[in-house]
Design a binder for this molecule. Structure first.
Ligand code: FPP
Length: 237
């Protein structure tokens, strides 16, 4: 009997790691590694559309990243702004809807404006939802969710006896988004780095040794293939 392939993941989350090492190995500046990393973003969004993945969440800037040297933080903000301005047309042409999660108000004014504009212009697109995690930290997101719950209880909008995991999920930045089925991290590191800690409870993990700027569409398709070959049991037998 032919073996049946499982469906592709509905939602892939990626910790894009290794831009700095990629640059260093070529004698380049760190920001040049981030710039090269932006090209891999294009490759994986194409791969997701090809494989009919519906959601892609990318860890583009963590809360901890604010502690990097000012030059690097400025370069990342500029890169984000340029990426959004330059790719906005491509996102529209490829029917990609852009969304973002995190403390977006902390972004540079230019990056925030470009982000809000692109989110608005792409809101009705349907081929893929691309979610950028920016100034994001999972623990902060959970605390933010708890505050939302308390505020709704205080206002009489939420009955405490109605709180369960599903209800609490509605108070996270990712409300209305299915949980990731597959989490990919590049550069061989095996850490979660405060990324989507609540949402990845049942996600399959795929660690790639490739540095993020070297991660190609083919690498993404290989990770999807690997996922589809696995048996997911959610703790059952
Ligand atoms: C980790 O590499 C990567 C980041 C901190 C930033 C991710 C940003 C991009 C891929 C580019 C821009 C993305 C968009 C959406 C415009 P690292 O610097 O920690 O690498 P290292 O561990 O080798 O030093």
């Amino acid at each position: 009997m032919p073996t049946q392939k499982k469906s592709p993941p509905k939602h892939i989350a990626i910790i894009m790691d290794g831009n700095g090492r990629w640059a260093k190995s070529r004698g380049l500046q760190r920001w040049e590694g981030h710039q090269a990393g932006a090209e891999s973003v294009k490759a994986v969004t194409e791969g997701c559309i090809e494989a009919k993945v519906e959601y892609l969440t990318l860890y583009a800037f963590s809360n901890e990243n604010w502690n990097r040297p000012k030059d690097e933080v400025d370069a990342l903000m500029k890169l984000l702004e340029r990426f959004l301005k330059k790719k906005s047309k491509e996102l529209k042409e490829n029917n990609i809807r852009l969304q973002a999660i995190g403390n977006l108000q902390d972004l540079s004014p230019g990056a925030l404006k470009a982000l809000e504009k692109t989110i608005e212009e792409t809101q009705d697109n349907t081929a893929l939802t691309l979610i950028l995690a920016l100034s994001y930290g999972a623990r902060e997101e959970i605390v933010h969710g708890v505050k939302g719950v308390l505020s709704d209880i205080n206002d009489g909008k939420l009955d405490p006896s109605k709180i369960d995991t599903e209800k609490f999920s509605e108070y996270l930045y990712t409300a209305r988004t299915p949980d990731p089925d597959l989490l990919i991290r590049t550069s061989g590191e095996k850490r979660l780095s405060n990324f989507l800690l609540w949402q990845i409870s049942y996600a399959e993990l795929f660690i790639s040794d490739k540095l993020w700027p070297d991660f190609s569409k083919e690498d993404l398709l290989e990770a999807i293939e690997d996922f589809s070959d696995r048996e997911r049991r959610y703790g059952e037998v």
